[in-house]
Write a protein that binds this ligand. Structure first.
Ligand code: ARG
Length: 455
């Protein structure tokens, strides 16, 4: 395709290091769609005559059919998907095929194809995250009043509801959705027609090709257009943050599924057994989601390092942009699907959660708050008094609510029997009615907002 001034062909090593077809064949749909938009525009502008346009378009449609059946061939001497498609086009329609590349370069071609691919990837991720959020809403509704311990430092802190916890995950995913939507809106401009780097003298219509490909319009600077990979980085950064969220949730599944916790019983469909320990039921899917987040972050760093220091405009380093994006996307899509499946099918164990919430003096803050409210005691002092009560309960091996009133009054005479009204986990949870708090009525209100698309 470019051998005019070359006497010798490339060495085998050159061929191997230069070829991107082993991975960029994944762009074939986008490559063909963009070429069809380009050639239609060349026809409309009178740059290529109607008969050649028709032949090229027919050829491209046939190639799409062929690849749909068996994928593009992987011939290293054809370098990349763009030359693979074009050489097949030449076989099918003859010399007219050579007119397709008028007013175009592989530089704007690959920038266009890759943007279209990333845009599709974002749409797929958004659909997956919407389904994940829908699953969270179903389980959060079911468990809006299910008591569980809330943790800080992984120490039992205060009782919360499982619905509240699941809605925290929902909020994390909500931010991911907005990051992906934002990335999509920013990237949706067409670089096609920027040609090699400087634009072209042919009377092309970049607005027409942009519209045909579903872009909001053409990009405004040809140098930037062929060297910009921000859209891929935006995707990878949003993917990294999303995978961090999924990893943190997966970690909670791993903890909750361990026997000392027993908060969940993972379904067979998302667990594995051990070849040596018959009793084992391992949360492999959750562990792999946690593991994949490391790889996804690695992909983000890989492209960041590739782009760092590249002068304008195109450099071949940029061919390395695709493998990390493809890898990250495959891992992310699978992780989202696995988390959705686990949330949909996990059996939560409310008895275990409640028992854990009751065991950890989780209502100590309610005790202190009661002293502040009813005894008009400054919070710091109330904290101290409560600490002594917790210490006594600990030594006696009983719950706070099981301490005799006299023992409490020996610690501070201002305590009376009404304090027992705030020491149950249910009373504690029900009292947290501040906006966004864990009281079931609050959780239900946030779920209702989320269902209306307001959260
Ligand atoms: N396969 C190349 C890539 O992915 C296409 C662009 C080639 N451009 C060039 N000037 N050699 O980056």
């Amino acid at each position: 395709m470019w051998g005019g001034r070359f006497a010798d062909g490339p060495s085998a090593i050159m061929r191997e290091i230069n070829a991107s077809i082993p991975f960029d064949k994944r762009l074939w749909r986008q490559d063909i769609v963009a070429s069809r938009a380009h050639v239609a525009m060349l026809g409309k502008q009178g740059i290529v005559d109607a008969a050649d346009v028709a032949a090229i378009d027919r050829g491209l449609a046939q190639i799409a059919d062929e690849y749909e059946k068996s994928g593009p061939p992987e011939d290293l001497s054809l370098e990349d998907i763009h030359m693979t498609v074009e050489s097949r086009l030449a076989e099918l329609v003859g010399p007219a095929a050579g007119r397709l590349h008028t007013a175009r370069s592989r530089n704007d071609q690959v920038a266009t194809d890759f943007r279209l691919w990333v845009r599709d990837a974002i749409d797929a991720v958004i659909a997956g995250l919407n389904a994940f959020q829908a699953a969270l809403l179903v389980r959060a509704t079911e468990h809006a009043a299910t008591i569980m311990p809330g943790f800080t430092h992984l120490q039992i802190a205060q009782p919360v509801t499982l619905g509240h916890h699941l809605m925290a995950w929902h909020a994390m995913i909500g931010r991911d959705l907005s990051r992906f939507a934002d990335a999509r809106a920013r990237m949706n401009r067409s670089p096609l027609g920027s040609a090699a780097l400087a634009g072209t003298g042919f009377p092309i219509d970049r607005h027409a090709t942009a519209a045909a490909l579903g872009f909001d319009g053409p990009t405004g600077n040809s140098l930037d257009s062929v060297s910009d990979r921000d859209f891929a980085l935006d995707y990878l950064m949003a993917a990294t943050q999303c995978s961090l969220h999924l990893s943190r949730m997966a970690e909670e599944f791993v903890i909750w599924a361990s026997q000392p916790y027993g908060f969940v019983s993972l379904p067979d469909a998302y667990s594995t057994g051990s070849s040596i320990m018959p009793q084992k039921r391992n949360p492999d899917a959750a562990e792999l989601v946690r593991g994949h987040s490391g790889r996804i972050a690695g992909c983000m760093v890989a492209l960041t390092m590739t782009m760092k220091g590249l002068p304008l405009a195109y450099s071949k380093d940029m061919q390395d942009d695709k493998p990390p994006v493809f890898e990250a996307h495959d891992l992310l899509a699978l992780s989202i699907a696995a988390m959705t499946g686990m949330v949909e099918t996990t059996r939560f164990v409310p008895e275990r959660m409640r028992a854990a919430a009751e065991a950890g003096f989780s209502t100590a803050t309610d005790f202190a708050d009661w002293l502040v409210r009813e005894g008009n005691i400054p919070f710091r002092e109330a904290h101290h008094i409560t600490g002594r009560a917790v210490k006594l309960a600990e030594t006696e091996g009983v719950a706070l609510a099981a301490l005799p009133l006299e023992a409490l009054q020996a610690i501070d005479s201002r305590i009376d029997e009404r304090v027992f009204g705030v020491l149950t986990v249910d009373a504690s949870v029900a009292s947290r009615t501040s906006h966004g708090g864990t009281a079931p009525e609050q959780v239900r209100a946030r779920i209702a907002e989320a269902r209306k698309g307001k959260a």
